[in-house]
Design a protein around this ligand. Structure first.
Ligand SMILES: [Zn+2]
Ligand SMILES: [Zn+2]
Length: 194
């Protein structure tokens, strides 16, 4: 742990929150001299205090330890870099418009890698009036099923959740061109343009 980096991060996060060293110290039942020491890089926070400190400052413990938030360039606001994350423990589905640090159930999630279509992972799209009728001829058992389909246009995303024992079919309004993504609980994510 680089105490001077950690200290300057704590100091800038504290100022962002308009808190004084004493306010931080009071909430943690420690002396404000301790907070001042951290910020000057004279000592690092004790491990037992990191949980509370990360709550107060609103950042991950990991970031405090690194002493750096690693902010990224702005994502430019389009959907071309859309990322999907699925938590294998609880099934949570999360999206972001560019690479992000996401965790669920205590574990870091990695963005899903889009794979090419194959025989059973194939999206069929039929046009019916103003809608795309999307079907996937894929098993829908409890252990192997399509758990969501997402339409990603240039300015929107529509996620349709599917459940085992129903058919893998859905309608999507035909408003713009984009990409369809489907996620199989066993074999991951794949995509097709529409
Ligand atoms: Zn989870
Ligand atoms: Zn599959």
């Amino acid at each position: 742990m680089d105490c001077s980096k950690v200290g300057s991060l704590i100091s800038s996060l504290r100022k962002e929150k308009n808190m004084t060293q004493k306010e931080i110290a009071d909430r943690m039942s420690i002396s404000d001299k301790t907070v001042s020491k951290w910020e000057r890089g004279v000592g690092c926070p004790d491990v037992t205090l990191l949980g509370e400190l990360s709550n107060i400052l609103g950042v991950n413990i990991e970031k405090i330890l690194m002493g750096d938030l690693e902010e990224k360039d702005t994502d430019g606001g389009n959907m071309k870099q859309i990322q999907f994350y699925v938590c294998k423990s609880c099934g949570n589905v999360i999206t972001s418009t560019s690479e992000a640090e996401i965790s669920c159930c205590g574990r870091r999630l990695h963005s899903l890698v889009t794979q090419p279509e194959d025989k059973i992972h194939k999206i069929t799209v039929a046009d019916i009036d103003n809608e795309h009728y999307v079907t996937i001829n894929h098993p829908m058992s409890k252990t192997h099923y399509i758990s969501f389909v997402a339409f990603v246009g240039f300015d929107r995303i529509i996620i349709t959740k599917l459940y085992p024992e129903q058919n893998a079919e859905l309608y999507i309004p035909k408003t713009q061109h984009g990409k369809l993504y489907a996620y199989c609980s066993e074999h991951g994510l794949w995509a097709k343009g529409v």
